[in-house]
Design a protein around this ligand. Structure first.
Ligand code: SF4
Ligand code: SF4
Length: 645
């Protein structure tokens, strides 16, 4: 009966996932197997928080070790002395002393894990659990306690009655319990009661599991296996050509969600690790990545079965029925949630898919970002400036501005719109070019032939505009014979390196901090360090999405005295500009001000950056908070250090 109920629900879950739109996730099998081993078996992401990580690992590893005992209990519940075939693996296993020891050990570790879980939930009460189903979690923990303690008492009574196949000395806990029980008739009753209790709790657990948040016990492993293996900052492209029923314009209803997106919603453990690191949530916005996934899950379960049952059922829009507009637009696509999630849920892909539908199908987006989208389309840059002014910053610097047919440079400097048009960001372009020329590199820029990469339009959800810019830029780069690109904007860097290959643009792309660090290492640039303390802010699109962490630090150490902020490297905190937020109004407290406060707490006089968007946002944050900090690109610090020398 329990198996039938479980199978009925499991079948529905499988049909719901199969209902999802196609997505290629069957490639890259060795990397998927490695992720499974590291993230699921070794619990690597959970163990980043040591105590809760160990708590979960004890319970998870315990379940793996105790799996054969569940099968044995299901046999012994029918017959106290079943006489398993002597050569069967189960009969062999139950005779092993080492296995008996492992079972006892993991029973205790699971109980320690459960006690720790209760202590965290009832005493510590971390904020990350806000909004989670805590009562349900308590029930599940209670059931696991029941499973493990009945197993120990059952084994103890088996030893007391002499029914144990394994050497009793190898199971210290069960053996100790057996000493308390004696070998009388009461123990015989107890033995039956506890094996039945053990099996009944397991069956109850089995029936309850697929209806509860602990569904992740079954879905987390496949979700990790099918998690993205491409670069974290790379969005899946939409196809705009092909048969009508194959085209997708983001996610408007449950029918548009990808199968991986649906599996994501079933895999959430409600642990709140994503919520804990979300800059939008931390600054009082409506968005919580955890609640986003939970709300999508509720919607999938409410409408998915109706879609499956009735082809004429018209599902309701995901926005605002599952998720509000505010939640969709609060996200800065920093990827902190995705990085922390222990079960490979891809929040950014969900949010971008929701935006794609709102923007491309409903023309619904924050009004203040409309000029940006219009300016990209009309002027090829979100600043709305004439393309003829794009290279004005380079006047007198002696950098080659490539004309069609010119000899390609050894390195093309991709300047980006911010460094081309924003007064504060321009300084980093000037510094970068000065340094590359000083090191004797053959460097050129495209000048007016460089356009916006399309990144802000893509993160806003306007995939159509992005793809037209991607195709245009790739054509220009290919015609110019470019093979190596240096970019100082991490957003351009991410797009050129990770997203343009989908459109035929394959280049060696480096960030300016990587190239400059190499030049310093080679002795082609020789800066003199000052005694100034400098704290470096990692851009999300550089550190988290692209793993460029050490090169900018090498440069900071070469020009001053580095001091780290608490949130740094791949676990950095956003400046607030990502996901096209540079062009959106912010509700709640400001993300850039929060980051500036953290930087000021280090006591550093200089806040070094390696991104023009971070430069603008953090400089604004310094002005708004009145902190005494100089926000400056690492390249400019390097120029100053060379001049000092
Ligand atoms: S990408 Fe960043 S802002 Fe968006 S939900 Fe995740 S943590 Fe929050
Ligand atoms: S989405 Fe991931 S990190 Fe967030 S609550 Fe769910 S399992 Fe935890």
């Amino acid at each position: 009966m329990a198996l039938a109920l479980f199978s009925r629900r499991a079948l529905l879950l499988v049909r719901l996932v199969r209902m999802g739109a196609p997505l290629q996730r069957f490639d890259d099998l060795p990397k998927r197997a490695r992720n499974e081993a590291v993230v699921v078996l070794a619990q690597s992401k959970l163990l980043r928080k040591l105590v809760p990580g160990l708590m979960h690992a004890f319970i998870f590893w315990g379940f793996i070790v105790l799996m054969p005992t569940i099968v044995l209990a299901a046999i012994y519940v029918v017959d106290r002395e079943p006489g398993l075939p002597a050569k069967s693996p189960l009969a062999w296993l139950e005779r092993q002393g080492w296995f008996a020891l492992l079972v006892d050990l993991f029973c205790v570790l699971v109980l320690i894990g459960i006690a720790t879980a209760f202590w965290i939930r009832k005493v510590q009460r971390p904020k990350r659990f806000r909004g989670s189903h805590l009562g349900e979690a308590d029930l599940i923990l209670g059931l696991i306690t029941g499973i493990v303690s009945t197993l120990l008492v059952w084994h103890g009574s088996q030893i007391a009655l002499g029914f144990n196949e394994w050497p009793a000395d190898w199971s210290p806990v069960s053996n100790t319990l057996s000493g308390l029980l004696g070998d009388g008739q009461a123990t015989e009753v107890l033995e039956r009661a506890f094996v039945w209790g053990h099996v009944l709790i397991i069956l109850s657990f089995l029936v309850y599991l697929p209806y509860s948040k602990h569904l992740h016990i079954a879905t987390a492993a496949p979700n990790v296996f099918f998690g993205r293996t491409r670069a974290p900052g790379q969005l899946e492209p939409l196809r705009f050509e092909g048969a009508d029923d194959e085209l997708r314009f983001g996610a408007g209803t449950v029918e548009d969600m990808t199968w991986k997106g649906i599996l994501d919603t079933m895999s959430c453990t409600e642990c709140g690790r994503c919520q804990d690191v979300c800059p939008a949530y931390a600054t009082g916005k409506k968005l919580s990545p955890k609640l986003l996934i939970m709300d999508l899950r509720d919607h999938v379960f409410a409408e998915g079965p109706k879609v499956l049952a009735d082809a004429s059922f018209d599902p309701s829009p995901l926005v605002p029925n599952a998720v509000t507009d505010e939640v969709v637009w609060d996200c800065v696509t920093c990827g902190a949630c995705v990085q922390e999630c222990p079960v490979a849920i891809e929040h950014v892909d969900h949010i971008v898919d929701l935006r794609r539908h709102l923007v491309m199908v409903e023309s619904r987006f924050p009004a203040e970002s409309e000029p940006m989208l219009r300016d990209i389309e009309r002027s090829s840059n979100p600043w709305g400036k004439p393309q003829g002014e794009r290279a004005a910053w380079a006047d007198g610097l002696g950098v080659r501005i490539l004309e069609p047919g010119d000899e390609p440079p050894a390195v093309l400097y991709w300047v980006g719109c911010a460094a081309s048009f924003d007064e504060r960001a321009r300084q980093s372009a000037e510094s970068t070019v000065k340094l590359l020329l000083a090191a004797g590199l053959d460097v050129g820029i495209l000048g007016p032939r460089e356009s916006c990469t399309g990144d802000p339009a893509r993160r806003m959800g306007n995939e159509y505009v992005f793809q037209s810019f991607a195709e245009q830029n790739v054509a220009t780069l290919n015609e110019s014979g470019v093979t190596k690109i240096v970019a100082s904007c991490p957003h351009c860097f991410n797009t050129l390196a990770n997203e343009y290959p989908d459109f035929g643009g394959r280049y060696e792309v480096v960030h300016h901090t990587e190239l400059l660090a190499e030049l310093v290492r080679d002795g082609r640039l020789a800066p003199a360090a000052s005694g100034d303390s400098i704290t470096y802010h990692d851009s999300c699109y550089l550190a988290r999405h692209n793993d460029v962490v050490s090169a900018p630090r090498e440069l900071v150490a070469a020009v001053g005295q580095p001091v780290e902020m608490e949130r740094s490297g791949k676990r950095t905190f956003c400046c607030g500009a990502g996901g096209a937020h540079m062009w959106m109004e912010e509700r709640g407290s400001a993300i850039n001000e929060e980051r500036v406060r953290e930087a000021a707490e280090t006591g550093a006089a200089t806040l070094a950056v390696a991104c023009p968007f971070c430069t603008i946002m953090l400089d604004d944050g310094v002005r708004q908070t009145g902190r005494d900090l100089r926000v400056v690109d690492v390249s400019t610090l390097l120029v100053e250090a060379l001049e000092r020398e």
